[in-house]
Design a binder for this molecule. Structure first.
Ligand code: HEM
Length: 183
C-alpha cells in the first residue's frame, strides 16, 4: 500500500479547507444578536369607565397605554404590546371593543361605534368569555366600556389592577364605600 497517497493534498482539499477555516473564523467573530427588549412597564391608570370614543385614544400611539374592551370591561393590555402594539398581529383591537373580534376570531371585526354584540352566536360568545377568563388574570382591569351619556362608576381613585376572580361590581361597590368614608 502506498501511504503517500493518503497525504496527497489536492486542489479540492484546499478549497474545502479554506471553506472550513472561513466558517470557523466567522463563527468565532460573529456578534451576538441582541434579544428584543421586554415591553417597558408603564404606570397603571386610575380606574375609570370610558365611552368608545374615549377608549380609542389608548391605541399605543396617541397614548402609550393600550386598552381594549371585552364583554363590557376595559383591560389594559400594554404588557401585551408585542400582540397589540402598532403594526402587530392584533393591533386592530387596540383602543376598541374586542369582544366581536375575539368571539369570531376575526381581528378585523371591530367597530368604531358602540357594539351591543348582537348577532354573536352562543359559541362565539363562549369564545369571547374564554378569552376574558384568561385576560382578567393577565391584564389590568381599568373599568367599564359604557355608552355615550351613561353615568361613570366611582372607583374611589383606585389604580387599575389584575382583578383575577374579583367581580367588577364588587370593585365598584368598594370604591363607592371608600368615597363615602372620605367625605
Ligand atoms: C393562523 C392563525 C393564528 C395563529 C397561528 C395564531 C397563533 C398565536 C400564537 C402563537 C400566539 C401567542 C401565544 C402566546 O405566546 O401566549 C397568539 C396569541 C394571540 N392570538 Fe393568535 N393566532 C392566529 C389567529 C388569531 C386570530 C384570528 C385571532 C383573533 C383576533 C387571534 C387572537 C390572538 C390573541 C388575542 C392573542 C394574544 C393573547 C394574549 O394577549 O395573551 N389569533 N396567537
Amino acid at each position: 500500500m502506498d501511504l503517500s497517497s493518503w497525504f496527497e493534498f489536492t486542489f479540492y482539499d484546499a478549497i474545502f479547507l479554506v471553506f472550513v477555516l472561513g466558517f470557523f473564523l466567522y463563527w468565532l467573530t460573529r456578534s451576538e444578536q441582541p434579544l428584543p427588549l421586554p415591553p417597558k412597564e408603564v404606570a397603571p391608570l386610575t380606574m375609570t369607565d370610558m365611552t368608545c370614543e374615549e377608549l380609542r385614544k389608548y391605541d399605543g400611539v396617541k397614548n402609550e397605554h393600550i386598552l381594549f374592551g371585552l364583554n363590557g370591561t376595559i383591560y389594559d393590555v400594554t404588557r401585551g404590546k408585542n400582540f397589540y402594539g402598532p403594526g402587530k398581529s392584533y393591533g386592530s383591537l387596540a383602543g376598541h371593543d374586542a369582544t366581536r373580534a375575539l368571539g369570531t376570531m376575526d381581528q378585523n371585526a371591530v367597530s368604531e361605534q358602540w357594539d351591543d354584540h348582537t348577532g354573536l352566536s352562543a359559541d362565539e360568545q363562549e369564545t369571547a368569555n374564554e378569552w376574558e377568563t384568561q385576560f382578567k388574570f393577565k391584564y389590568l382591569t381599568v373599568g367599564r366600556l359604557i355608552k355615550d351619556g351613561s353615568e361613570k362608576a366611582d372607583y374611589g381613585g383606585r389604580k387599575s389592577f389584575v382583578r383575577g376572580a374579583e367581580s367588577l361590581d364588587s370593585i365598584i361597590n368598594a370604591g363607592a364605600e371608600d368615597s363615602k368614608k372620605d367625605n
